[in-house]
Structures are given as C-alpha cells and as structure tokens.
Design a protein around this ligand. Structure first.
Ligand SMILES: C[S@@+](CC[C@H](N)C(=O)[O-])C[C@H]1O[C@@H](n2cnc3c(N)ncnc32)[C@H](O)[C@@H]1O
Length: 342
C-alpha cells in the first residue's frame, strides 16, 4: 500500500529532479568540479551564490549519485560526468533544453488539451522552427539538445549492413541541422560526399561543424526548405528526426519532395523513434517522444505500419526496418513499383 503511494508520489516529483539538475547545469556546477573537487564555499564564491542555496542544490545531487563529498570537497561521480559540457556523450545541452524549453511547454498539456490546441501554440502562434529563426539563442539551445541526442545514436551496426559494395556515393541529409548525423555517415563511408539541407538558422553552426570534422572537401551546406522541390540527385537521402515534427499532410509533402529526386537505385534512410506495443521493450520512450513532438510541433511518433502507409502515399516502400542499440529505428526506404502506389 505504502509502496504504491510512494511510487506515485515519486512520479509526481519528477519535475523537482529536472529542476535541480537543470539549475546545476545552468550554474555550471558539474563543469566546475569536473577536474578538481571543490568545497561548497569555493563553489559558492565562484558562482557568486549563497552557500546555503548551493548546499540545497548539492544535497539531492548526492542522493541522485551525480556528485559526492569527500574530505569536505564536492566531486563528480561517474554518472555526473554526463552533465559536464566536455564529456563524451554529454547530456548538459539536453538538460538545458529540458529546463529552458520543455518544462514550460509540457506544463501547458492540460490547457492545450482542454482548448483543443497544442502547448506550443499557447506560447506563440508561430511554429517552433519559425520562432527559432527569429531568435538565435533559442536555436542554439535547440541545436545543442538535438546534437547531443544525435551524437549518441549508434549507427555502426546499420552502416555495416548498408551498401557494402561501394562507399562512393552521394548523401543528402534533408533537415540535417548542423550535420551530426551526416558526419557519422561520412566518417564511416570515407569516399562518400554529402550535402546538408536546412534553413538559414542552421548554416553558421553547420559550417563550423563541417570544418571541425575536417570534412570541408566532402560536405557542404545548402539552404533550402524541404517543403519546396529540392532538385538534388543523390544515392542516399537521410531524414533523421524530421517526419516526427509534422502531421501527416506536411510529412507527405516532405516525402514527395525527396521521392521526386530519387531513382530506382537510391535509398532513403529514415531515422526515428517508433511507437511500439505497450508490452514491448522500451515502449515508454516512444510514447513520451510522441508527446514531446505534439507539445512543440503538433507532430507525432508513428508505428511502423503508419510509416509504411505514409511512404506509399509518396510512391515509396519500406525495404527494411532496423532497431539501433539505443532503441531508435533506421528505416530503409526505396521507390515503390507503380502498382503499389495508392
Ligand atoms: C528535429 S531537428 C533534426 C536535425 C537532424 N536531422 C538530426 O537528426 O540531428 C529538425 C531539423 O529540421 C529543420 N527544419 C525545420 N523546418 C525546415 C524546412 N522547412 N526545411 C528544411 N529544414 C527544416 C530544423 O532547422 C532542424 O534542423
């Protein structure tokens, strides 16, 4: 009985954990103690904060096993490293997006359902991407979160399966953002060339990323909207976490524009979370991502069957679905034969 009540109460208190971790990330506490443990007094002085409040933040972080105290100094625990800026697979940018954006929008779930609208529309009538185009700081927060999620996707098992014969091909990453995913393709397929297609907001960070990855000779950025004809012919098209941002009507427009440039030999790789049956492993992740997409973009996560229906509408057919180690799916899609097209 008590266990059940405590369980529900802990679920309800989830927002407190997010707030504490977000505040510690925004303050830079994990970065501050990453290399050298420090006393609360030193941390407070550096942050120009009251010692009492830093103690308040640090106590739950200790309980979460993110930091620990030894000889009067606070140091990082192994899991706390994920919240420092420079860690491999850092979640700091993700935490900042949770605190700066997600918490506010998710809080509007109830009024949005009652008013038959979406949380993002209650905040601002512009869509998320139009809103971000006017505010580069917000795009930077979004891009930081997106890159941290994309960096963590393990694509090597997929790459091993795909295109074994030659790696001399052209890749277009449609809505590729700053290029985290296409850089993975190009570092695996050493003779491939690529183009990132995205809106102007992504351009400068994408160019910087291309340079930092030493890919200036094989990868370029092209400003274009995927709602217009692309006219870029390639062997491989990538749509990574794009379709889930949109309702079926818009998703079909994007797929039409990609399909228009594809030939029989080209393949489209769709990287997305997939809605699974409740009894399947990791089903909750897809359900929560589905709400996240609705909250921000009036989008949705889809079942494999829903993807197949969408592909067929654009004259495409699912060739293979592969679950990646982190539970994300990679869908290989090709042109459909005439008789399959709806
Ligand atoms: C969820 S992010 C995915 C980024 C990247 N594909 C990845 O997986 O890391 C969506 C991307 O779509 C881009 N985008 C939004 N509307 C677009 C449009 N009309 N044309 C091209 N790109 C667009 C955004 O700028 C953003 O980079």
């Amino acid at each position: 009985m008590d266990y059940g009540r405590n369980y529900v109460q802990n679920l309800l208190n989830g927002f407190m954990g997010t707030a504490v971790i977000y505040a510690a990330c925004e303050l830079g506490i994990f970065d501050l103690i990453k290399d050298e443990p420090k006393s609360v007094k030193t941390i407070s002085n550096i942050l120009d904060a009251k010692e009492e409040e830093i103690i308040r933040i640090i106590r739950p972080l200790q309980q979460y096993m993110l930091v620990s105290e030894k000889d009067g100094k606070i140091g990082l625990e192994e899991m706390g490293r994920f919240l420092s800026k420079d860690a491999e697979n850092s979640l700091k940018e993700y935490a900042l997006f949770c605190g700066r954006e997600s918490v506010k929008a998710w809080h509007l779930l109830y009024p949005a359902i009652k008013e038959k609208t979406t949380p993002q529309k209650l905040i601002n009538d512009l869509g998320l991407f139009d809103e971000m185009e006017q505010d580069e700081n917000r795009f930077a927060t979004f891009d930081g979160m997106m890159s941290s999620v994309s960096k963590n996707i393990e694509l090597n098992t997929f790459f091993d399966e795909f295109r074994k014969k030659t790696d001399e091909f052209q890749i277009v990453d449609v809505g590729g953002g700053t290029g985290t995913i296409i850089c993975k393709f190009l570092s695996y397929y050493k003779n491939a060339n690529g183009v990132i297609v995205d809106l102007s907001q992504a351009e400068s960070a994408a160019k910087e990323n291309i340079q930092n990855n030493g890919l200036s000779d094989r990868l370029r950025f092209q400003e274009a909207s995927f709602f217009e004809k692309l006219n870029i012919h390639a062997d491989v098209y990538v749509l990574s976490r794009i379709l889930h941002d949109w309702e079926d009507k818009e998703a079909s427009m994007i797929l039409d524009n990609v399909a228009n440039d594809m030939n029989e030999d080209s393949r489209l790789i769709v990287i997305e979370d997939v809605i699974k049956k409740a009894e399947e492993k990791n089903a909750l992740k897809g359900y929560m991502c589905d709400i996240q997409m609705w909250v921000f973009c009036n989008g949705r996560e889809r079942t494999i069957a829903e993807f197949e229906k969408l592909f067929l509408k654009s004259g495409l057919v699912l060739e293979k679905a592969m679950e990646l180690p982190d539970g994300t799916f990679s869908l290989i899609v090709k042109k459909a034969y005439e008789e399959l097209i709806l």
